[in-house]
Structure formats: structure tokens, C-alpha cells
Design a protein around this ligand. Structure first.
Ligand code: FCB
Length: 440
């Protein structure tokens, strides 16, 4: 790798990220059914209709996984606490679930790993999905109750708390494009989810502040968007897409408003009096989490419904997901976010990584493309720091190969290989390379 730890400020954090449903094994410990279980059981939604029942069995093997993280010399672990494990029906606490997160956090602290918690990383309890999920405003207050229950149990030991992971995916990808649970393609459902997920963030912030919690924020995903050509149509398509993907959530949270280019399509379908919620949504945060993966080139699609966008991958090399590798996009977001939205507020790269069709050969995995990917993106973060962005840490996605949502177990993002038959863990070459870079 082209960087070393000593190139970064002394308090810079290196870590890896996961999410509960993707690794734990949802069938264990009294967790309740979620909309991801039922989405996976529907026709054509998920590769081989795979779900998170067993996943990486992290529920039982977390000790081994945290040892691997510790042995890589990492400082922190970004994990999520599953609402459906803590409250199987979305409302009633499950002592087994709370005990599990208690043990997990203690296991991090025993190893000197800082716990970076995310409250919502996508597996909504089915009982709440039955009542409309994120289309229903009531889900926001119930999310506040979940925030209270889990924080009362582990809030004394976590380093930081992010409310929601990637609201764009929760709302637009899941309710308009239909690629994630609940798999809708409905603009009214989308407009409501686009607002309610922000309100859920705001309600959770209110509850956390009432408990005196600090180091609270949100994790947003950003997609580097460029016009596909020099035409006025492409420029306007890129502006609209940037507003929907990259500006909607950060503007609501940092400025209390929605960008006009996106509101134009959603306004007729927004919940009544949505403006009254903007103050709660835009209360102060302590950090911004940035998830960054790729770039898209966009232009107008005249045959499509609003927002009339056709989006294609850029020309560069692609990962196993087909996503273009474009490290400059990370530098560009980190500097843009600092300049336009958060100023000096700490920014963490909470996810960045790539999938590859990794194979075990002679007991090892050689993944040079990932080594270069990680190195180039961490160098992009370093350049952003030099250019004024207050970037405080970098979390690789993901610690382990895991359940990649609609792609099932097919796409391997881990720095540790998982054999999904035997559940054996094998650190990849990129794990060893990262370990030596952060030891220097
Ligand atoms: C992000 C998600 C994460 C993982 C990566 C590849 O959108 O937050 O759970 O699936 O993409």
C-alpha cells in the first residue's frame, strides 16, 4: 500500500465495518422476522433467494472475528445493532438480544477496539413493515423508542452512534427502484420514505441528546455524478440526480431544507406539513459518516418517468459489482462536504471497499486489485485532509465476506474470506497489506 499510518494525524482511526443482518445469523437469539426475510423469499428479488438466517454466524463467532480485527492493528469496529433482534416485534424488548450486544461491546473493549455503532442498517421488523414501514410516520417514534432501549443498555460504552445507514438506499433504492426491501416502485411511498427516514434520524437525535449522548451523527452514501456529455440535457440530468442522491439528505440534516430539483418530483406526494419537521431533522450532529463506492455518468432518458435519468457506469475498471473504480470521487466528496455543508465537523469514511470473485488457492486469497483499491482510496482521503477536510477515520467495507443484500452471498467485499459452507475465515492478502501499512 502507498500509505502508512504515520502519514495521518495521530488520532486518525482505521477500522472495518459490518452490519447486523449481513453477518450475525438472524435465526439465532430470538430475533424477529424482518422485511428482508420476506423480500428474499419473494420471486426474483435476491440471488438464489438467499437470506440472513445464518450469514457468517458472527452471533457465535464474534470473538474470533474481533480477534482478527485486533490482530490487523485496527482501532475501531463499525457494527450495527439490529432493531428486530433488540425488539422482535419492533416494540417489545428481547433480553437475549440486549445481552448479545452487551457482550459484543464488551468484547470490543477487551480488545481495545472502539465501538462505532449504527442504529439502523436496514432490517425493519416485519410487524412495522405490515403497518407501512417507512411510509408510516409512526415508525419514526417507534425508532426513537428502540434508540432509547438499546442506548440504555450499551450507550455507556460506545464511542459513537450513527442513527441511520444510507437513507437514500432505505428510501429511494427500496421504494422507487424496488431493488431492496420492501421492493416497491411507487413515487408516493418514496416521497414519504425520503422524508420519514430523515425524521427518524431527527427523532433518534432528540432521544440521544435527552440522554446526554455525544458523538452522534448519521451515515450517508454519495455517488460521484457527472454529465455523460457536454449537452444541456446531460447537465440538467446530472443536477437532478445529484440532488436526489447526494444533496437531499445532507441538506435536510445540515440546512433544514430539500433541494428544489428533487422536491419538484416529490412535492405532490410528501406527507402533510412536512416543513414542520425540518427543525428536528436539522439539529446539530457531531460527525458525518460518508460511504463512497463509485461514479456514474448520467443523461436524460426521455422515455422514462420522472426523474428522466439514464445512469451508466464510467469508463474505468470495474469491480465484481460492475461498479467503476474511481478514487478521485472520494476526494471530491470529502472536500465538497467540508466546504458546502459541514465545515470543520469530523467526517469519517464509514464505508469504502470493493467486491471481487476471490478464490482460496493453497490456503490463501491473493487480491491485488483490492490492495490497490484500498490504497488509492485511503490516499484520496489523505489528499482531502491536506485540502482542508476534517477526515478523522477510514472504515473498510467489509471486515468479512457477507450477505450482500439482493446479491446474496455471491459478491465478496471482505478483507477476510468466508467459506459459506464451513464458515472458515481466511484473511486475504489485502488484510495483511493493510495490517503492515497501519503498523508503519
Ligand atoms: C452499502 C451498504 C452496505 C454494503 C455495501 C456494499 O450500500 O451500506 O451494507 O452492502 O453497500
Amino acid at each position: 500500500m502507498d500509505f502508512k499510518r504515520s502519514d495521518f494525524p495521530q488520532d486518525f482511526i482505521f477500522g472495518a465495518a459490518t452490519a447486523a443482518y449481513q453477518i450475525e445469523g438472524h435465526k439465532f437469539g430470538g430475533a424477529g422476522p424482518t422485511h428482508w426475510d420476506t423480500f428474499a423469499a419473494g420471486p426474483g428479488n435476491v440471488v438464489r433467494a438467499e437470506n440472513g438466517d445464518l450469514a457468517c454466524d458472527h452471533y457465535h463467532r464474534y470473538g474470533e472475528d474481533l480477534d482478527l480485527l485486533k490482530n490487523a492493528g485496527m482501532d475501531a469496529y463499525r457494527f450495527s445493532t439490529s432493531w428486530a433482534r433488540v425488539m422482535p416485534d419492533g416494540r417489545t424488548p428481547n433480553p437475549e438480544g440486549l445481552d448479545y450486544y452487551d457482550r459484543l461491546v464488551d468484547a470490543m473493549l477487551e480488545r481495545g477496539l472502539q465501538p462505532f455503532q449504527t442504529l439502523y442498517h436496514w432490517e425493519l421488523p416485519s410487524a412495522l413493515a405490515d403497518k407501512g414501514g417507512w411510509q408510516n410516520r409512526d415508525t419514526c417514534a417507534l425508532f426513537g423508542d428502540f434508540t432509547d432501549v438499546i442506548t440504555d443498555r450499551i450507550g455507556d460504552r460506545v464511542t459513537s452512534i450513527a442513527t441511520v445507514n444510507e437513507p437514500w438506499c432505505v428510501a429511494y433504492l427500496s421504494h422507487f427502484l424496488g431493488h431492496h426491501a420492501p421492493g416497491l416502485r411507487d413515487i408516493r411511498a418514496t416521497a414519504r420514505a425520503m422524508h420519514h427516514i430523515n425524521l427518524a434520524h431527527g427523532v433518534a437525535m432528540t432521544r440521544l441528546r435527552a440522554k446526554g449522548m455525544d458523538n452522534c451523527g448519521v451515515v450517508l452514501n454519495f455517488d460521484h455524478t457527472e454529465p455523460a456529455d457536454d449537452s444541456a440535457q446531460a447537465a440538467s440530468a446530472a443536477a437532478t440526480w445529484d440532488a436526489i442522491m447526494n444533496r437531499w439528505f445532507v441538506e435536510a440534516i445540515t440546512k433544514g431544507s430539500y433541494p428544489a430539483e428533487a422536491l419538484a418530483g416529490f412535492e405532490a406526494h410528501m406527507p402533510d406539513n412536512w416543513q414542520d419537521d425540518m427543525a428536528e431533522i436539522s439539529q446539530e450532529i457531531d460527525f458525518l459518516g460518508v460511504n463512497y463506492y463509485t461514479r456514474h455518468k448520467v443523461t436524460t432518458d426521455t422515455n422514462a418517468v420522472w426523474p428522466h435519468i439514464q445512469s451508466d457506469e464510467g469508463p474505468g475498471d470495474k469491480t465484481q459489482m460492475g461498479w467503476e473504480i474511481y478514487p478521485d470521487g472520494l476526494h471530491s466528496f470529502l472536500t465538497r462536504l467540508a466546504q458546502d455543508y459541514v465545515g470543520d465537523l469530523p467526517i469519517y469514511v464509514t464505508e469504502n471497499g470493493m467486491a471481487w470473485d476471490d478464490k482460496i488457492e493453497n490456503g490463501a486469497v491473493f487480491d491485488p486489485v483490492r490492495m490497490k483499491f484500498v490504497s488509492d482510496h485511503i490516499m484520496a482521503a489523505k489528499r482531502a485532509i491536506a485540502d482542508g477536510a476534517n477526515v478523522k477515520g477510514f472504515f473498510y467495507w467489509s471486515l468479512l465476506d457477507n450477505y450482500e443484500w439482493a446479491f446474496g452471498y455471491e459478491k465478496r467485499f471482505g478483507m477476510i474470506h468466508v467459506d459459506f459452507e464451513t464458515l472458515k475465515r481466511t484473511p486475504k492478502a489485502s488484510y495483511h497489506a493493510l495490517k503492515s501499512a497501519i503498523a508503519r
